[in-house]
Design a protein around this ligand. Structure first.
Ligand SMILES: Cc1cc2nc3c(=O)[nH]c(=O)nc-3n(C[C@H](O)[C@H](O)[C@H](O)COP(=O)(O)OP(=O)(O)OC[C@H]3O[C@@H](n4cnc5c(N)ncnc54)[C@H](O)[C@@H]3O)c2cc1C
Length: 437
C-alpha cells in the first residue's frame, strides 16, 4: 500500500472535475498483486478501480471508499516480430508500444492520436484513431488478454478462448475485469507518410468530402477539425494521410483532385511515420508549459450518424453556449464506418457512416461555476444528440445515471448485466462510471 501523495494523485484525473479519495492505492507489480487486492475487496464490497495514465475526464477511474490499483509499474513491452504481435503490460503507454513496434518496422494498425494513455485504459474504452475509418478500434486488434475478474480470478481470454469474457472486457469500461496484459496484432509500418491539410469554408463541402473519404480507402488516416475563423464563424479542415516509402511522392491530383476544398490553401507535408504518430507530443509540451494541461477539461465525445452530423455540428457551433470553444478548446471530427467497428460493447449509432464529434474544452482554473455550466451544457448537448440518433462515446465529462447507461447499451444491456453478475458479482469494479446503483 502506498502513501498520501499516491492517494492524492488517485483522487483526481485529467478532467480535474471529480475528486474522491480512495482508502488506499496499491501499486501492482504482477497479476498476483491485482488478484490479491480484488479477492480481498470483492467479498467486502469495497470498490476497486485500475489507474493507468489517469486520463479519465470525470472520475471514471476513481474508487471512492475503496482501492485504486496503480497499473503504471506493469509497463513491460515485448515485441515478437516473427509472429507480428506485441505483448504489453496494462500500464505501458502507447508511446512505449510504438517505440517497441517501430524498432522492428511494425505498428499496430490503429493507434490513438495521443500516445500518453495506458494500454489498459484505452482498451477499456475501445480506442479510436486516425485509421479507424478503415481498421476500426484499437481494441479490435487485440489477440489475447490477461485479466483479473471481479471474483479475483486471473484468466487469459481471446476470441476463441472464453470469448464472453474477451468481448466483455474490450470497450467494456472495466466492468467485468481489470486488464493486466494485452497481446496486440502488428502490421508493417510505412517509413513515411504524405499529409494533406485541406481547408473548407463551408460545412457542406467539408461533410461531403468527409463522407467520400470514409467510404473509400485512398487514405490510411483521416481526421478533421472545425476551427474558429477570423471575424466569426468556423472553417473546417480535413487531415488526410497516405503512406509511402520515402520514394517518389504520391500522385496528389489522383488523391485530392476530386475533393471540394479550397485549392489555394491546401498544405502538403512529407513526414516520417514516427513523426506522424508522435504528432501531438509537441502540443502536449506546449499545453503543459502554459498550464492548460492541468486545468479542468469538461470534454464531451459523441458518435453521430453522419447525415445528422452535417447539420448538427454547424448548428451547435453557431450557438452562444459554445462560444468558449473559440478560445479554449478544440473541436475534433472523425469519419467512421460502422462496418469496421467490431467490439460488441462499443455503442454506435444506426447506419453505415458515422462521425465522431469531440468538444475538447479547457475551463479556467479555480472557476467551479464555469465548469458546472460546461458540464450542464454537455448534458444538454448529449440529450439533443440522442434525438438525432447520436450516442455517447464514454470518455467525457458527463453525469450519467444507471438509467442513462441502460438506455446507452440498449438491447445489449441484459447481456452486460449477465456477464457483470458472472465476473463481478459483488459489483466492485470500476464504479466511477456509475453504471449501477
Ligand atoms: C489528452 C487525451 C487524449 C486522448 N486521446 C485519445 C485518442 O486519441 N483516442 C481515444 O480513443 N481516446 C483518447 N483519449 C481518451 C482516453 O484514451 C481514455 O479516457 C482512456 O480510458 C484513458 O486511459 P488511461 O489509462 O490513460 O486513464 P485512466 O484514468 O487511468 O483510466 C481511464 C479508465 O480506464 C480504466 N482502466 C485503466 N486501466 C485499466 C485496466 N488495466 N483495466 C481495466 N480498466 C482500466 C480506469 O479505471 C478508468 O475507468 C484521450 C484522453 C486524453 C485526456
Amino acid at each position: 500500500m502506498t502513501g498520501t501523495s499516491e492517494v492524492m494523485e488517485a483522487s483526481t484525473d485529467f478532467g480535474h472535475i471529480i475528486a474522491s479519495s480512495p482508502l488506499g492505492v496499491v501499486t501492482a507489480r504482477s497479476a498476483a498483486d491485482v488478484r490479491e487486492l480484488v479477492s480481498f475487496a470483492g467479498p467486502h464490497g469495497l470498490p476497486v478501480s485500475a489507474r493507468g495514465a489517469g486520463q479519465a475526464l470525470y472520475g471514471q477511474g476513481q474508487a471512492h471508499g475503496g482501492y485504486v490499483v496503480d497499473m503504471s509499474a506493469l509497463d513491460d513491452v515485448r515485441c515478437a516480430p516473427g509472429e507480428r504481435t506485441l505483448s504489453a503490460g496494462a500500464g505501458a503507454s502507447w508511446r512505449a508500444v510504438v517505440r517497441a513496434a517501430l524498432a522492428e518496422g511494425l505498428t499496430p494498425p490503429v493507434l490513438p492520436d495521443h500516445l500518453g494513455g495506458s494500454v489498459g485504459g484505452l482498451l477499456s474504452t475501445g480506442g479510436l484513431g486516425g485509421s479507424s475509418h478503415r481498421y476500426g478500434l484499437v481494441a479490435d486488434w487485440v489477440r489475447e488478454l490477461e485479466v483479473v475478474t471481479g471474483t479475483g480470478e486471473r484468466l487469459v481470454c481471446a476470441a476463441d478462448r472464453r470469448p464472453d469474457l474477451f468481448h466483455a472486457v474490450l470497450a467494456g469500461l472495466g466492468q467485468c475485469a481489470l486488464i493486466v496484459r494485452a497481446t496486440l496484432a502488428l502490421v508493417p509500418a510505412p517509413t513515411h507518410v504524405r499529409r494533406y491539410r485541406l481547408y473548407h469554408d463551408a460545412p457542406g463541402t467539408y461533410f461531403t468530402d468527409q463522407r467520400r473519404l470514409a467510404r473509400d480507402s485512398r487514405f490510411s488516416h483521416v481526421s478533421g477539425q472545425a476551427r474558429p475563423a477570423l471575424g466569426g464563424g468556423w472553417h473546417y479542415m480535413i487531415e488526410a494521410v497516405v503512406p509511402h516509402d520515402g520514394g517518389p511522392p504520391a500522385d496528389d491530383e489522383l488523391l485530392i483532385g476530386d475533393l471540394d476544398h479550397d485549392r489555394d490553401t491546401e498544405e502538403t507535408a512529407d513526414l516520417s511515420y514516427a513523426e506522424y504518430v508522435h504528432r501531438l507530443d509537441r502540443d502536449e509540451r506546449l499545453l503543459r508549459a502554459t498550464g492548460e494541461w492541468d486545468r479542468p477539461h469538461p470534454w464531451l465525445t459523441l458518435l453521430l450518424p453522419e447525415e445528422a452530423a452535417a447539420s448538427f455540428v454547424p448548428a451547435l457551433l453557431a450557438e452562444d453556449a459554445q462560444r468558449g470553444l473559440r478560445c479554449c478548446g478544440t473541436v475534433q471530427l472523425r469519419p467512421l464506418s460502422a462496418r469496421t467497428l467490431r467490439a460488441p460493447l462499443l455503442r454506435r449509432p444506426e447506419g453505415e457512416l458515422l462521425c465522431l464529434l469531440a468538444l475538447m474544452r479547457t475551463a479556467p482554473p479555480a472557476a467551479p461555476d464555469v465548469v458546472r455550466r460546461m458540464v450542464a451544457a454537455n448534458r444538454a448537448l448529449y440529450e439533443r444528440a440522442r434525438t438525432v440518433g447520436g450516442v455517447l462515446h464514454p470518455v467525457g465529462a458527463l453525469p450519467m445515471t444507471p438509467g442513462d447507461w441502460r438506455d446507452h447499451f440498449g438491447p445489449g444491456w441484459p447481456e452486460l448485466v449477465g456477464v457483470k453478475d458472472q465476473y463481478d458479482p459483488h459489483h466492485v469494479l470500476t464504479r466511477g462510471y456509475g453504471l449501477w446503483t
